[in-house]
Design a protein around this ligand. Structure first.
Ligand code: SF4
Ligand code: SF4
Length: 424
């Protein structure tokens, strides 16, 4: 990794803090991932990506910039990758998943704010994330109150463009969203100097659809009992989707899916058939947030699906391909993105239906609902999730947590008791 020192210095990183971060990340990663038994061979690529998380990929991004391309930081599934790519950009997910930068953020932000927002903001303030430093601008959205107010502050450190996301799905909301998509296309073109044409947009629509289809294939294999891949590994793939090169990533995920399908044919899994199968639902988990999955799988459970932005919400809907005009392609993009069922929408009954469907499809015997502290929309929506699961007699556990280790013992005890309950 030391070969990259000049690159990191050139980005203006705080080298001492950055070294500390990389050392901590390496230790957490090997503790969580490297001791797993019977890991699919295809995971070697993702281990490699993690070993180069601030190295090779950053170099690729900087090479892209040198050729005149733009790097666009994003924080939410509603920001359309297709437009960034068609405008000659590369998108990188900047959601924070580490406690490491939370204290930096708390020097400015209130403590009672979602850790995902604090972690991301802290990375920028302390100059410890090379993705943030490589980005030309970032795109925020008005999904939740915490985020939309932080964008005003973040804009003092990096140009921050904000998309207005409607929070209902009526016709007038759809019209507003289409206008937002068009405005974003203009913004992208202005930043990059690249004119988005129907041809380039179609090409990128297909590219991103292929990426979604590849992840979907991996998720399909998890429906088998025994599951051919651990929940931790599947989560890692979803997390890496936010910053790896889309073409290479898709090819590697498809290779892995081939292997997992073969495993299923042979009835080979990573865990025993009797392992309790858990669906995790709720807030997103950004790298290196493997806290809940580790607790579940260390307690003898298997995570078989994530109803999450690092999971089903990422790949469930495709953008319609082959629409004849630029206008219709933009419409198809707007429609696809508004199908995502995030708790920031009201009402959001379709998310409840999704959870019930996934419980069946993935043959889950229990649901763990994951809420990041101070995320009011997921927290309140849990009332309905619980009601719906109670009706069909599916055990459910609510975990509300942050990124610190402060509640690790209590979390482990609650998860162990739940896994035990589900296994009975
Ligand atoms: S949970 Fe909602 S606000 Fe957060 S990344 Fe996902 S879609 Fe965006
Ligand atoms: S997890 Fe909740 S509070 Fe945090 S950024 Fe996402 S929607 Fe906002």
């Amino acid at each position: 990794m030391s070969d990259y020192n000049e690159m990191w210095k050139g980005l203006g990183l705080d080298m001492e803090r950055h070294d500390q971060l990389l050392n901590a990340l390496g230790a957490i990663y090997s503790g969580v991932y490297m001791g797993q038994k019977d890991r699919p061979k295809g995971m070697e690529y993702f281990d490699f990506v993690m070993s180069e998380v601030h190295g090779l990929r950053i170099k690729e991004l900087l090479d892209h910039k040198e050729k005149g391309g733009k790097i666009v930081g994003t924080f939410c599934l509603y920001v359309p990758d297709e437009i960034i790519l068609a405008g000659g950009g590369v998108s990188v997910g900047l959601c924070g998943g580490a406690q490491f930068s939370v204290t930096d953020a708390e020097a400015v932000l209130p403590r009672n704010l979602c850790p995902l927002i604090k972690s991301a903001f802290g990375f920028k303030l302390a100059r410890i994330c090379p993705y943030f430093e490589a980005a030309d601008f970032v795109v925020g959205e008005t999904t939740c109150d915490g985020k939309k107010k932080v964008w005003e502050l973040l804009n003092e450190h990096i140009p921050t463009y904000v998309m207005e996301l409607p929070q209902m799905k009526r016709e007038m909301d759809k019209d507003l969203w289409l206008k937002e998509i068009k405005a974003f296309m203009e913004k992208m073109g202005k930043e990059s100097g690249v004119k988005i044409t129907p041809e380039t947009l179609e090409e990128k629509i297909k590219l991103v659809n292929e990426k979604r289809k590849a992840i979907k294939r991996v998720f399909e294999t998890r429906k088998a009992n025994p599951a051919p891949i651990s929940g931790k590994d599947a989560l890692l793939i979803s997390q890496i989707a936010f910053y790896d090169d889309p073409e290479r990533f898709t090819a590697k995920v498809n290779e892995l899916a081939d292997e997992l399908e073969e495993r299923n044919k042979k009835g080979k899994g990573v865990l025993d058939k009797k392992t309790p199968r858990i669906l995790v639902s709720g807030c997103p988990m950004a790298i290196p947030n493997w806290k809940l999955h580790s607790a579940i799988e260390d307690s003898g459970g298997a995570v078989v699906c994530e109803e999450s932005c690092v999971g089903t919400r990422y790949f469930t809907h495709m953008v319609e391909e082959g629409c004849p005009t630029l206008e219709e392609k933009l419409k198809a993009i707007a429609e696809r993105y508004l199908k995502i069922n995030c708790s920031c929408f009201s009402p959001n009954e379709d998310r409840i239906k999704d959870i019930l469907r996934y419980v069946k499809d993935y043959n889950a015997s229990g649901v763990i609902h994951y809420t990041l502290q101070f995320c009011h929309t997921y927290n309140v929506e849990f009332v309905k999730v619980k009601e719906a699961l109670n009706k069909v007699n599916i055990p459910v556990l609510e975990i509300e947590t942050d990124y610190s280790e402060g509640d690790a013992g209590q979390l482990k005890t609650r998860v162990e008791a739940f896994v035990e309950q589900v296994s009975r």
